[in-house]
Every structure is written in structure tokens, then in C-alpha cells.
Design a protein around this ligand. Structure first.
Ligand code: PMV
Length: 340
């Protein structure tokens, strides 16, 4: 990051930049931090960026103004706004600016309900804030910056298939995402099944800290993770749905086993979540390859061949308790949409 930004450019900045980023779904998950304040993970993780599930972030810098945070049209204060302001301050300090920024965020999918809205939020904010403050960052540096907002956001800087390398350094300089494959490499079908539109009660931040501290299965989660990463990485490069799907399901169930065996237990599923899992099993029994994965919430993402997304989405929509099914696939890189 450029700490030497020329003074004449930062003293009276008046800029408004809009950035956009897609959410992502982890196939090998991030669950547990070796450093809480820097969002440094114990393990690597691997994801697909989700086309059409987007957050748009507008960052505005005006000298002498106070900072405002607007989330989906609502002026917000409290911990959520503080977290966003703290993130914008990282960029402000890197730019050597005294002008605070305001942010307006809009997501086109249910936020804070287990579709990694924090991933698209902080990836979009990273690209918009860096451009607004005139800090020129590489994609790797943007990934490091986005990671400071939310770990999974490090992966949403890149479209297609992405791997977040955990790194070893205590300052996090080697903990960033890299692109594994472009979206065009493999047009996987991804059905996002919404079972509950309300915000979840335990966010991933506190959920993973609690699980790491209290589940007796956490060490097994860590030691078995590398094999899953290797299989999913290979499966993506070979476009092998069976290998990717089976391994992603297994990795997801291990993450939830760790959560379930925390004290007190963390149960992210609703009855409809289980109904979707059963529907996926029925689809497979009927010869349609479909595989589920679930993050820290009740929603389910189902992977299938792109040509079968219509049949798969229709079957999932019929599962008891399902509210709606969004059709997605590998999405694009986080990018600046407009700068003024
Ligand atoms: O980035 P966070 O702090 O919202 O954590 C995301 C955790 C999971 O979504 C459950 C897994 C992952 O790798 O995205």
C-alpha cells in the first residue's frame, strides 16, 4: 500500500467512486482464525464467486464532512457502521488523508443470512475506497485489504474460482487470494436456495471463534483440511463435478460438525435446510449430479452441471420450507463501476 501519497492530492479530496463485487461460496471453507484482528486463517480456503449476487458500494470523500453509513437505503449506526468506518479508515491512513469517507452499500440478496454478504461488501468497499482515496493497489493488495474487512472478502476480489492462501507471516502480507481459474474455464451451475430471509443469530466471526475454542473436533478439522483443498483444486482444474461436489459436501459437513460440537452448540440449519439436503440426495439417486454446501446460516448452495440447473432449481424450489431459489454460476472480478 502506498503510504507516500502526494500531499497535494489528498488534502482536499472530493471524490465519489462506486465499486461492485459478487459474493462467493466456499467449497473448502474458512473456519477459524490464527489472528482475530487481522483476519488471518488457520487454513486455506477455496471458493466460486457468485454471478448476480452483488453488493454495490459507493464511497464518497468530502473534506470537512462527517462519515455516514447507508446500508440498503437506511442510515445506520452501531457496530455494523463502526466496522465499515474502521475499514475505510485503513484506506484513509494508507493514503495519508485527513478526510473521512462515507459509504453507501446495497446488496441484491438477503444480507447477513449465510450468503457471505460480508464478502461482497468488503470486496466492493476495497475497490471503491482505494480508488476514491487515489491509492493504487494490485489485485493481491486489494485482496489483502478486503481480508481486513472480512476474511471471505479476500476471495471476492477475483471472479471465477479462487483460493485464499493462509500465509504464515504475522502481519498478514502473505495471506491473500489468488485466481485458480477464470469463470469461462468451467460454467458450473449454482443454485442458491433461500430458506430463511432473516439475519442469522450467530455471525461467522463469533461462530468460528467459539467453535475453535470449544469443539473437540476442531483439531481434526484443521488436520483433514489440506486433503480437501487438494482434491477440490484438482477437481476444478479438471472440471470434475463428482470430485468437487463430494469433497465440498464432506468439507461443509465437517465445518458444521465442528459447530454442532461447540459448547454451547451452534446449529445454523433450519428444517428447510435439511429438506434441501434430502432433495439433493433424491436428485442424485435419480441420476442428476447435484451437491450441497452450507455456510454459517440456513441457506444452501447446490452445485450441478450448468445444463441441469433448470431441473435442479425446480426440484429445490419444491422442497418444504424453501422461499426461493436463485440461479447463479461463476461471477466476475470486483471492479470500479463509476468514478467522479
Ligand atoms: O468472512 P467471514 O468472517 O464472513 O467468514 C466466512 C465463513 C464461511 O462463510 C462459513 C466460510 C467461508 O469460507 O466463506
Amino acid at each position: 500500500m502506498n503510504h507516500q501519497f502526494p500531499d497535494h492530492l489528498v488534502k482536499s479530496v472530493e471524490r465519489r467512486v462506486t465499486g461492485r463485487a459478487c459474493s462467493n461460496v466456499a467449497l473448502a471453507k474458512y473456519w477459524g482464525k490464527r489472528d482475530v484482528s487481522l483476519n488471518l486463517p488457520y487454513t486455506g480456503s477455496l471458493s466460486v464467486t457468485l454471478d448476480g449476487l452483488e453488493t454495490t458500494a459507493t464511497v464518497e470523500i468530502e473534506s470537512g464532512k462527517t462519515s455516514r453509513t447507508i446500508l440498503n437505503g437506511v442510515l445506520t449506526s452501531g457496530p455494523e457502521a463502526d466496522r465499515i468506518r474502521g475499514f475505510l479508515d485503513l484506506v484513509r491512513l494508507a493514503a495519508g488523508s485527513r478526510s473521512v469517507a462515507s459509504a453507501e452499500l446495497a446488496s441484491n440478496f438477503p444480507v447477513a443470512a449465510g450468503i457471505a454478504s460480508s464478502a461482497s461488501t468488503f470486496a466492493a468497499l476495497a475497490v471503491a475506497a482505494a480508488a476514491a482515496y487515489g491509492v493504487s493497489l494490485t489485485a493481491t493488495q486489494l485482496s489483502i485489504l478486503a481480508r481486513r474487512g472480512s476474511g471471505s472478502a479476500a476471495r471476492s476480489i477475483f471472479g471465477g474460482y479462487t483460493e485464499w492462501l493462509p500465509g504464515e507471516a504475522s502481519d498478514g502480507t502473505d495471506s491473500f487470494a489468488v485466481r485458480l481459474a477464470e469463470p469461462e474455464h468451467w460454467r458450473l451451475g449454482i443454485a442458491v436456495v433461500i430458506t430463511n430471509e432473516r439475519p442469522k443469530s450467530v455471525g461467522s466471526r463469533s461462530g468460528m471463534a467459539h467453535a475453535a475454542k470449544t469443539s473437540p473436533f476442531f483439531p481434526a478439522w484443521l488436520t483433514s483440511h489440506e486433503d480437501d483443498l487438494a482434491d477440490i483444486r484438482r477437481g476444478i482444474l479438471d472440471r470434475n463435478l463428482t470430485l468437487v461436489g463430494e469433497t465440498a459436501e464432506h468439507n461443509c459437513l465437517k465445518m458444521h460438525a465442528v459447530s454442532l460440537t461447540s459448547r454451547p452448540a451452534l446449529l445454523y440449519w433450519k428444517p428447510a435446510t435439511l429438506a434441501v439436503i434430502e432433495t439433493v440426495y433424491e436428485l442424485r439417486a435419480g441420476g442428476i449430479e447435484a451437491y450441497f454446501t452450507i455456510d454459517a446460516g440456513p441457506q444452501v448452495k447446490v452445485l450441478c452441471a450448468n445444463e441441469q440447473i433448470g431441473i435442479v432449481a425446480a426440484a429445490l424450489a419444491n422442497a418444504p420450507g424453501v422461499k426461493r431459489v436463485l440461479r447463479s454460476g461463476p461471477g466476475n472480478d470486483a471492479h470500479v463501476v463509476e468514478a467522479a
